[in-house]
Design a protein around this ligand. Structure first.
Ligand code: GCO
Ligand code: MG
Length: 408
């Protein structure tokens, strides 16, 4: 069974998404997510110019071989653009294989290891009362774990805090803004380090010891600052501290790890197992944050998780709104099947997005399930996709108070 057609569909139902749609000679359709937030068209071009021509006429059944063909065959390995493109092909082929077998993808990966995947949502507020409202809202929606982010006194809009002035989106943080240039935020790490422990103390006092609480440092600390934060959060039983330092320096985590027992999660901007090598073999992290979409697909992320399992490291896959429902479904099939599942990030997509991507996964009592529909369980409505035209959107940039560029 050959791949007959490969189409790259760029659509913007509220935010930009890139989807690869493969059709086989038997008329089976498979889809894969290739969205790279703020750099979408680079992946669309990579696919259109350099991958689509290689796919036409290839055997659709041979997923591993196609993965190796694109990874090794490209010679220029790794990187977010290449790995998002390979991921889209990989996921679309798993979708096709599931549909041919009449089985959900998780069955092809070994079957279910649990009844559902514990999800966490993004609670946030400009101050502590607004954060409490957001946590209550998430609990009412069924979430049983939340990430908490707040504004920092003296700073304006910062990473992770929903803009309360945008009616109807108050609880859905969306960092990418449609504009010709990125917005600029201001950052002060000392003010942040003073503030965050007070937030955790207030939340534990209000919501009790049971609720799993997560926090994202978004690459903005030095190893020493991260160690200070990790230590100061120890009394609050944090589920994880994410991206405490810029993650490209794996050795930095040795310093953090030796100073604090707060669990650490890293990897949303990683794209291969090699980005994790030291972190996994030296057990410097507790959770793998990769997305199927940015790490070369189900095939590659399953291998990373098997490697991590040897070191008792669990999954905590990336699942913000810039992972399309196709990428989310792919993550859920892995979540359900792997042994070392930890938690799944889950931000709800907008109604426009769900009009374009018709999903069958479910969220009940805090648990996500990919459903038993054959393949991924997500269909792309091509007519609806055509209604939403791409428009440039950028993630913000971040500067210190004296104007120095900093990590966002
Ligand atoms: C997370 C992430 C996101 C990223 C976003 C960038 O933990 O969900 O940090 O909020 O910033 O995915 O595109
Ligand atoms: Mg993050």
């Amino acid at each position: 069974m050959k791949i007959d057609k490969a189409e790259v569909i760029v659509t913007s139902p509220g935010r930009n998404f890139v989807t690869l749609r493969l059709t086989t000679s038997d008329g089976v359709v498979g889809i894969g997510d290739a969205t790279l937030n703020g750099r979408e068209l680079a992946v669309a071009a990579y696919l259109n110019e350099h991958v689509v021509p290689l796919l036409i006429g290839r055997e659709a059944n041979n997923i591993e071989d196609t993965w190796q063909y694109l990874y090794r065959g490209g010679y220029w390995r790794r990187g977010p653009v290449t790995m998002a493109a390979i991921a889209a092909v990989d996921v679309a082929l798993w979708d096709i294989k599931g549909k041919l077998a009449g089985l959900p993808v998780y069955q092809l990966l070994g079957g279910a290891s649990r009844t559902g995947a514990l999800a966490y949502g993004h609670a946030s507020g400009s101050d502590i009362p607004a954060l409490f409202d957001s946590i209550n809202e998430h609990l009412a929606l069924g979430y049983r774990a939340v990430r908490i982010q707040t504004g920092v006194p003296g700073l304006g809009q910062i990473y992770g805090v929903a803009d309360a002035t945008k009616k109807g989106t108050r609880y859905d943080y969306e960092p990418a803004q449609r504009s010709a240039l990125p917005s600029e935020e201001t950052w002060d790490t000392r003010a942040y380090l003073r503030h965050v422990p007070t937030v955790f103390e207030a939340v534990r006092n209000e919501f009790g010891p049971e609720l799993p609480l997560l926090h994202d440092g978004h690459h903005r600390m030095t190893p020493n600052q991260a160690a200070i934060l990790g230590k100061s959060l120890e009394p609050y039983d944090v589920f994880w501290l994410e991206d405490c330092t810029p993650a490209e320096n794996q050795e930095a985590l040795r310093r953090v790890r030796s100073q604090t027992t707060t669990p650490l999660a890293i990897g949303e901007i990683f794209n291969t197992v090699y980005d994790y090598q030291t972190l996994i073999t030296e057990q410097l992290i507790d959770y793998v944050r990769s997305a199927v979409t940015h790490t070369g697909g189900i095939t590659a992320l399953k291998k990373i998780m098997e490697f991590a399992a040897i070191y008792q490291i669990k999954s905590g896959f990336h699942g913000p709104t810039d992972i399309s429902p196709v990428g989310m479904a792919a993550a859920l099939h892995l979540d359900l099947s792997i042994h070392n599942f930890g938690i799944q990030e889950y931000m709800r997509h907008s109604p426009e997005t769900l009009e374009v991507f018709q999903t069958s996964y479910t969220f009940e009592n805090g648990l996500l399930h990919p459903s038993d529909a054959p393949g991924l369980g997500v269909e792309l409505n091509v007519e609806a996709a055509a209604k939403f035209e791409y428009s440039t959107a950028y993630l913000p940039v971040n500067r210190l108070t004296d104007g120095t560029m900093h990590d966002w």
